[in-house]
Design a protein around this ligand. Structure first.
Ligand SMILES: C[S@@+](CC[C@H](N)C(=O)[O-])C[C@H]1O[C@@H](n2cnc3c(N)ncnc32)[C@H](O)[C@@H]1O
Length: 253
């Protein structure tokens, strides 16, 4: 089963309708989540001009705003953006309701960030998406992101014959089809190899990115060699990232 425009529209609709309940159903304890998000974002060390894709209700925008020179945050769901605008009132943040696949700007960014977004990009649009990112990055820019590990895949109900389309239900019983491609870090790194985009993936398993939460300018992707350091980091990141993000896709919020 292919991801059609109709599925993408259903995905956008789902997040529009979910916006009011998103924080609690995705993060549970929002106060604790904010602290963890602040910690994770600080680890990623975003600086300069930041573009945040699929900002949702602005929980990550808030943390980005504290470290970046400026943040442009876009999301397709006006209801989510309204909540984000209310939450993040910093002068260095600008929100925009926009579909990332058709968004255009002359601006270039030092950092492009997204949380829980890559897994919603259909396989058929993967290349287009990364081309878009390359075009939006300033020289020496970085792409930073967090998402759900492929090991979380079992919790979703995939449609028969649709290995990237799941069905989600909201509290009011309405049902939506959305794209969910849990991220396999090793596969992702293989696919991005040779890409000019430097990618940081603070995932627990199989991550081959040298930055592992500490991106360093001028360092390109290569295999980690310090095994114990990697294991220690892996454990730390597993508890901070996966735990937080796993709740992002509860089927029955
Ligand atoms: C899982 S939520 C993540 C929200 C936020 N980044 C977070 O981690 O809390 C996915 C977000 O993607 C947004 N989205 C869905 N399709 C989009 C599109 N085509 N362009 C931009 N944003 C989109 C939804 O509105 C939703 O806010």
């Amino acid at each position: 089963m292919r991801v059609t425009d109709e599925v993408l529209a259903s995905q956008a609709d789902y997040y529009r309708r979910r916006a009011g309940e998103y924080d609690v159903t995705a993060y549970g304890d929002v106060v604790a989540a904010r602290a963890r998000i602040a910690r994770l974002v600080a680890e990623m060390d975003p600086s300069g001009t930041v573009l945040e894709i699929a900002c949702g209700t602005g929980l990550w925008t808030e943390a980005l705003a504290g470290l970046a020179e400026s943040v442009t945050a876009i999301d397709v769901a006006p209801e989510a953006v309204a909540i984000a605008r209310d939450r993040v009132r910093s002068n260095n943040v600008r929100f925009e309701v926009a579909d990332v696949f058709s968004w255009a700007t002359a601006a270039r960014f030092d950092v492009i960030f997204f949380s829980a977004w890559l897994s919603h990009v259909p396989v058929s649009r993967f290349e287009q998406f990364w081309r878009l990112l390359r075009g939006l990055l300033a020289a020496g820019g970085r792409v930073l992101f967090v998402d759900e590990h492929v090991e979380g895949r079992d919790k979703e109900t995939y449609l028969p014959g649709g290995d990237e389309i799941v069905e989600r239900q909201l509290r009011d019983g309405s049902r939506y089809r959305i794209v969910k491609n849990f991220v396999d870090p090793e596969r992702l790194v293989r696919r991005l190899r040779g890409d000019a985009v430097r990618c940081m993936c603070p995932w627990p398993r199989g991550c081959r990115d040298p930055s592992h939460g500490q991106p360093r300018k001028g360092v390109r992707r290569r295999h980690c060699t310090a095994r114990t350091r990697r294991q220690r980091r892996r454990r730390a990141l597993q508890s901070s990232t996966s735990g937080l993000l796993n709740r992002c896709s509860d089927n029955e919020p």
